[in-house]
Write a protein that binds this ligand. Structure first.
Ligand SMILES: Cc1cc2nc3c(=O)[nH]c(=O)nc-3n(C[C@H](O)[C@H](O)[C@H](O)COP(=O)(O)OP(=O)(O)OC[C@H]3O[C@@H](n4cnc5c(N)ncnc54)[C@H](O)[C@@H]3O)c2cc1C
Length: 400
């Protein structure tokens, strides 16, 4: 390698983004478009698959509905970002390298960590062996296959959070021949206002979903789940949606993580232990005035955009600004023909206003399909990506 070439390589700032979900893709498109004209910045996006996983629609995949084929390299077209397909097996935070498929090594100057999170299959015995999940498109397809061959029987959905509710409703609507039981600690829609919650419950009743709240599953067996207290609920298939687990890579790399393994960030989304690492989306523990953000797409995309804007500021010698985000809605599908959309205060507490029925279905679909127009606009006009509710007085950020 010539000295001139070596100097050129050394002068290039290499940004590697791990994970092409909603947050990682937002970071990649935003950053690549902002630095497109600079030969001194190289953006590489790494993801396990070339196809974009529409997590917001995995309950549809699980009931055999075909989704659009969205190619990550196509989504990046025209941005100048490179795509590297592979499974990230290690991050070496001292050497500033990332290992892919245990064979390739990618060096970085700045890392954006966006590996997301999945349902926690390790917390309860038997889940890993006997339960289905929506942790990936492949997992959802395996469940779809099982459901299509059940004929009749009982499907137990564990977890009464929004993924559990959407899944139970979708399965009941698509497979009226099956008994669907939704088991969870709390009431479905517990965080909604009483009227929205009642609507959600009535929709589940109409679809024939048997709801059992206050249930603590302690074991999953080959044909049943066992509850605390010893009761056993027969199940021909168990879908596990409870809890969240993140990749162990960040902790293994020595980055400061919280009790769930998420990277603890400062107010600007940089790792508190490794400021050359930005953490975004579900993989990050991001503190706002109201507490630590919980994993959503509505908050994940802004975190990706903010990290990208901050990297550009740092490259120009400026200080990155604090991240601020306020929630604004909780849209929940109840099969294909019904939904409830709870509008929220920035801290995610429910407002009085909510939508139901066809208008809620249209709202939910618009939200679910919105990343594509958002990324398309960002490619033409990067600044358009920076519009999201900052949360006003609810989001006074305290430096970590
Ligand atoms: C059924 C369902 C419905 C949902 N509905 C909503 C909703 O209505 N509204 C909402 O706001 N949120 C919803 N969510 C939550 C939302 O999907 C997540 O909050 C969001 O996907 C987080 O985005 P992310 O980019 O952080 O992670 P992800 O979207 O999970 O992306 C992470 C990416 O990293 C890749 N990856 C992970 N590990 C590795 C590795 N080691 N090597 C290489 N690649 C790796 C994954 O394959 C994936 O592509 C829903 C989730 C589910 C499951």
């Amino acid at each position: 390698m010539s000295a001139q070439h070596e100097a050129g390589v050394a002068a290039t700032h290499r940004v590697v983004i791990l994970g092409a979900g909603y947050a990682g893709l937002s970071a990649a498109i935003q950053l690549a478009c902002r630095v497109k004209r600079s030969e001194k910045v190289q953006v590489t996006l790494v993801n396990a698959q070339e196809r974009f996983t529409e997590r917001l629609r995995l309950h549809m995949t699980a009931t055999g509905q075909r989704l659009a084929e969205l190619s990550i390299p196509e989504l990046l077209e025209g941005t100048g970002a490179r795509f590297e397909r592979g499974w990230v097996t290690a991050v070496d935070a001292d050497a500033k390298t990332v290992r892919i498929d245990d064979e390739r090594v990618l060096p970085y100057d700045t890392l954006v960590y966006a590996l997301g999170g999945v349902a926690d299959t390790a917390a309860v015995p038997g889940v890993e062996d006997h339960a289905y999940t929506l942790n990936s498109a492949q997992d959802a397809e395996v469940l779809a296959d099982r459901l299509s061959r059940l004929g009749s029987g009982t499907v137990v959905v564990v977890g009464s959070g929004l993924t559990g509710v959407e899944s139970a409703a979708e399965i009941a609507e698509r497979h009226p021949e099956l008994n669907v039981v939704l088991l969870g600690r709390s009431e479905p829609g517990a965080a909604m206002n009483p009227k929205a919650r009642a609507y959600l419950r009535a929709a589940l009743d109409r679809l024939g979903v048997q709801v059992r709240s206050g249930a603590e599953v302690v074991k999953v067996l080959p044909g049943a789940v066992e509850l605390a207290g010893g009761e056993s609920v027969a199940a021909d298939a168990v879908l596990w949606t409870s809890g969240t687990r993140v990749s162990p890579l960040a902790a293994a790399a020595g980055l400061t993580v919280d009790e769930h393994g998420r990277i603890v960030t400062d107010a600007t989304l940089r790792s508190v232990s490794h400021p050359e690492v930005y953490a975004v989306g579900d993989a990050a523990a991001i503190r706002q005035g109201y507490g630590v953000m919980h994993g959503t797409c509505q908050g994940g995309m802004p975190t990706g955009v903010h990290a990208a804007v901050s990297i550009v500021r740092e490259l120009k010698g400026r200080r990155p600004r604090p991240f601020r985000f306020g929630y604004y809605h909780t849209p929940v599908s109840l099969g294909r023909n019904d939904a409830v959309v709870q509008f929220t205060h920035p801290d995610d507490s429910p407002r009085r206003l909510f939508l139901t029925g066809r208008i809620a279905v249209r709202y939910k679909e618009t939200v679910t399909a919105s990343p594509w127009p958002t990324w398309g606009r960002m490619k033409k006009m990067p600044a358009s990506g920076a519009f999201w509710p900052r949360g006003g007085r609810f989001t006074r950020v305290r430096e970590a």
